[in-house]
Design a protein around this ligand. Sequence first.
Ligand SMILES: Nc1ncnc2c1ncn2[C@@H]1O[C@H](COP(=O)(O)OP(=O)(O)OP(=O)(O)O)[C@@H](O)[C@H]1O
Length: 266
Amino acid sequence: MHTVYDMTRTAHAGPHPTTIHDRSGPAVELRQVTRRYGTAGATVTALDAVTLAFPRGSFTAVMGPSGSGKSSLLHCAAGLDRPTAGTVLVDGTELTGLDETALTRFRRDRMGFVFQAFNLVPTLTVVQNVVLPFELAGRRPDRTAVVRLLDRLGLGDRLDHRPAQLSGGQQQRVAIARAVLTRPAVVFADEPTGALDTRAAREVLDLLRDTVFRTGQTIVMVTHDPVAAARADAVVFFADGRPVDTVVRPDAGTVAARLATLGGGR
Ligand SMILES: Nc1ncnc2c1ncn2[C@@H]1O[C@H](COP(=O)(O)OP(=O)(O)OP(=O)(O)O)[C@@H](O)[C@H]1O
């Protein structure tokens, strides 16, 4: 995997039209993105004119102290929240130019999500949970492809189990299968290993990485865990609503030390 890391510059500096559809650029790009909360009297600037690019086919961890803007970044990048100012592009499409209906469709088709809490439907089986986004999109999933994917994730003998019958690591692998089945351009992961023990966490991250890279997709993962971050190609550190550093080919010790200097060690 050859990935060029140029997190703070973009290939498209300068003025641009209102809506952009350009698939030659990074998988995810933020240009001068600001997110403020509150009213005039008491405003918090969660993201402060952030310009950042996540290259296609890369796996990037986002770290930083509590309140540094990681969740705000993920939410704005994934179109779950709208920036106060600035532009977000995912797979060459400007999210900030889409209305709610188009944004929902774009999210469903081009993005996958993996959360700490797995977010599986308890009454559905493993297969039913995985194909749910397909069915919601009115598409008919290819069962052979679903079974192959679940098999690759080590769940071949769990197809008809319900989430409560699975371990935490297995549940997260179901969530990964669900996130990648639609072949999204980018998978956003929010503390995906936060509820797992060390071994399950490592397995889940390796499977996430292998599964996503098989089709050249991109992962953006927010985490507090230096060991999890060390599975990524690079770590972007946030402080006070801005990216302040990038470590390429990270190891857990370097990540923990850098985090500690930002006041985010645990
Ligand atoms: N809905 C909101 N209303 C008001 N302020 C908010 C809101 N969401 C976030 N903030 C503020 O924005 C800043 C950035 O928050 P954010 O959740 O992005 O940080 P974070 O790095 O993800 O923190 P943590 O690691 O604790 O989850 C914080 O000061 C937070 O209090």
